[in-house]
Design a protein around this ligand. Structure first.
Ligand code: UDP
Length: 405
């Protein structure tokens, strides 16, 4: 057994690890390529950073390549991302040409035909197969966003690229709307890695240092949202929730932690707006990777918070929920996308449909520490059972086995 994977046995048991090796047996030497559009920032990079080495260790020759483009490309793909999650927008001829020319340009750098299976993540690189010669590779499109009610023009445009794919992976089957031109649709939820710096146990020294960086007072209650600065994550709504609660919980602090992903040009604008919106309240901390907030600090924030919020208005999955649950912290999440998969109302936290509901239910947790502890423990169990990387790997291996026969 390899060294990295072996460590997971302590968390999920030997049997799970043995199963993984059994399933990987016939796939030894299989060449896998993952393609996405950023090395860091956001859930996709978070997942690939951990899954790729684990796949390698299981004997699959796994590579990861990132497509690149200029800022106008990322503007265009962010528009596409938003529209596929349902926002009204116009798909101009200029954007279509730009999208396709970047795919064409990137296709030149991908050694496409070398691979048995190519997994393309999200819409940004979806056009590659139009221009790259993938030979006999089996093509998989992994959709990480909530496409349950997409803008029809953008959906149709996306579908025009999907015809060359052999399989599609969606977090929920219902995201793959009728008429999608991919024969095989797999439902696979994302996962968190229990052994990564983001999720592993922290030492007292690490925690103390992180508290200093976060600038919070751990004797007073803390609520936190960790997410890219993105309108769908409703950052201003979270500030409203905090303000609604501050009247009742005087010492309350709010931590807004957000990273800038290189493929997300909206981030800076939202960040600046958020700073303006929070004003001079010193109990609100708006922090990002630019202030040295990395995995350990995010880990600590999720551990030290009384409630972790993810007040999304649309959401593919929200790794941040499972991350907090794994740390036994109760969660309050928007009742959208993949959040209800993780948050069971009244069990490990609450699902909310409005700012008022978020105020009500976050308050409920803050005023009831015993219930909060119980919810935290239940969340941990849910995350352990369903949302760890070992389960995710297992499902990928099953999919690869199906495609290779
Ligand atoms: N994240 C982070 N620092 C930040 C903001 C986000 O490390 O300042 C991480 C977060 O912990 C999670 C991922 O980025 O692992 C976000 O994934 P999620 O599925 O919640 O949302 P996405 O960004 O994919 O929409």
């Amino acid at each position: 057994m390899g060294t990295l994977i072996e460590n997971y046995a302590a968390v999920v048991g030997e049997a799970v690890i043995e199963h993984l090796f059994q399933l990987a047996g016939p796939l030894q030497g299989t060449k896998i390529l993952h393609v996405n559009s950023t090395k860091e920032g956001g859930g996709v990079a978070e997942i690939l950073n951990r899954l790729v080495p684990l796949m390698q260790e299981l004997g699959l020759e796994t590579d990861w390549q990132v497509i690149t483009g200029e800022s106008d490309f990322y503007q265009c793909t962010k528009t596409m991302h938003n529209a596929l999650q349902g926002k009204e927008d116009i798909l101009s001829q200029k954007d279509r040409s730009l999208f396709e020319s970047v795919a064409k340009e990137n296709a030149r750098f991908i050694e496409a035909s070398e691979y048995d299976i190519v997994v393309i993540h999200d819409p940004q690189p979806v056009g590659l197969p139009l221009f790259a010669d993938f030979g006999n590779s089996r093509l998989v499109w992994r959709c990480h966003i909530d496409t349950s009610s997409p803008n029809p023009i953008f959906w149709e445009y996306l579908n025009s690229f999907l015809t060359s794919y052999d399989a599609g992976i969606f977090t929920l089957k219902s995201y793959a709307k009728e008429g999608i031109p991919i024969g095989e649709i797999y439902e696979i939820a994302p996962s968190i890695d229990p052994l990564s710096n983001k999720n592993r146990d922290l030492s007292d020294v690490e925690l103390t240092n992180a508290v200093k960086k976060l600038g919070v007072d751990i004797r007073r209650p803390i609520i936190t949202q960790v997410s890219r600065f993105d309108p769908w994550k409703d950052p201003m709504g979270v500030v409203d929730v905090y303000r609604g609660l501050k009247k009742r919980f005087e010492g309350l602090q709010l931590l807004m932690i957000g990273s800038m992903a290189s493929d997300d040009p909206e981030g800076w604008k939202i960040y600046e707006d958020l700073l303006r919106y929070t004003g001079m309240d010193y109990d609100v901390k708006v922090l990002s990777n630019f202030q040295g907030i990395g995995d350990i600090e995010v880990n600590a924030s999720q551990r030290l918070s009384d409630v972790v919020i993810q007040k999304s208005l649309r959401e593919g999955f929200a790794l941040t929920m499972s991350e907090a649950m794994w740390k036994r912290t109760p969660v309050v999440g928007g009742n959208v996308g993949g959040i209800p998969l993780q948050v069971h109302h009244g069990v490990n936290g609450y699902l909310v449909n409005s700012i008022d509901e978020a105020i009500e239910y976050t308050g409920k947790i803050l005023e009831n520490p015993l219930m909060a502890e119980e919810m935290g423990n239940k969340g941990y169990e849910i995350a352990r059972r369903a949302f760890l990387s070992t389960r995710h790997l297992y499902q990928y291996l099953q999919l690869f086995s199906d495609l290779i026969v």
